[in-house]
Design a protein around this ligand. Structure first.
Ligand code: PHE
Ligand code: CO
Length: 298
């Protein structure tokens, strides 16, 4: 275990999603006592803002589990404290890392019920937007749902699915990454009260929390595994399409079968664009595509 004050970039990697930083893959110790006043103030500002935005927008499971963890505005949580509850509830544990991990390392952790959390938090000038995951996104966005037994099992199955897809090939991995993107990061869920947020990429962003539910621009379409695995996504704008699951159980069940035949089938088919609506889609809302002309390639 090492302890560092600055995240260390190990390399940069050109991927099909652009140029992304790759950090050292080591598990580190969360340098909790060295967070500065500014770090804690950034946490507090983001926490308060999302706490005001999410009620009535995020799903009950996310809000309730955030409460259960006792996450608070005044101090960056200590992973060890969260882990006591998490291990008991669903057998998951948080591990501190320097940032985005190579896919194979990430899948390996998930398949062992270890969730990597970036230990450093963004700078004050990045409060509205940061291109890569930081502590706020990882902890506030992802960790609450790991207390939910069904979602916890889904994340574990996803990790195992990743290990398997890595052996099948890069196209299978791309399909799986799209699934993660449109569920774990940017998923919506249908509830009796209406559509709600459960994806971490939405839940950790004020602007996207409002956009995802209230903007007329994006599509909101019923979740279908193969449809999602075939759909390209954007990492540099709000999503063009959000997919809506009926429940965490139905998401989990959709991924239970052996997906090798699905990967094989999808290899023969061209992907759908991020903003496409198909005749077979279950449409909750057909996006007006307002503002899209400014973005290339959707
Ligand atoms: N059952 C899938 C497979 O056989 C694994 C998986 C689980 C994939 C959960 C995604 C999500 O590949
Ligand atoms: Co994330």
């Amino acid at each position: 275990m090492t302890n560092t004050a600055e995240p260390r970039h190990a390399a940069h990697e050109q991927t099909d999603r652009g140029y992304i930083p790759i950090y050292t893959t080591a598990v580190v110790e969360q340098p909790w006592s060295t967070y500065s006043q500014t770090d804690n103030a950034v946490w507090a500002a983001l926490f308060r803002r999302q706490r005001d935005v999410l009620p009535g927008r995020a799903c009950r499971e996310l809000l309730e589990n955030m409460e259960r963890f006792g996450m608070r505005a005044d101090r960056i949580p200590r992973f060890d404290d969260l882990n006591k509850m998490l291990r008991r509830a669903t057998g998951w544990e948080l591990i501190a890392v320097e940032g985005l991990l190579p896919e194979s390392v990430f899948f390996d952790h998930l398949s062992k019920r270890r969730f990597p959390v970036t230990w450093w938090i963004r700078k004050p000038e990045q409060v509205d937007y940061i291109a890569e995951p930081d502590l706020f996104h990882d902890l506030f966005g992802h960790v609450p749902l790991l207390l939910n037994p069904v979602f916890a099992d889904f994340m574990h199955a996803y990790g195992c699915g990743g290990v398997k897809a890595s052996r099948i090939g890069p196209e299978a991995l791309m399909n799986l990454t799209r699934l993660y993107w449109y569920t774990v990061e940017f998923g919506l869920i249908r509830t009796a009260e209406g559509l709600r947020i459960y994806g971490a990429g939405i839940a950790s962003s004020k602007a996207e929390s409002i956009h995802a539910l209230e903007s007329p621009a994006p599509n909101r379409l019923g979740f279908d595994l193969e449809r999602v695995m075939r759909t390209k996504y954007r990492i540099d704008t709000f999503q063009k399409t959000y997919f809506v699951i009926d429940s965490f159980e139905s998401l989990f069940e959709a991924t239970l079968p052996d997906l090798a035949p699905v990967y094989a089938e999808l290899r023969e088919m061209p992907p759908h664009g991020a903003g496409d609506v198909l005749p077979s889609d279950r449409v909750d809302h057909r996006g007006t595509r307002e503002g899209w002309a400014l973005d290339a390639d959707f």
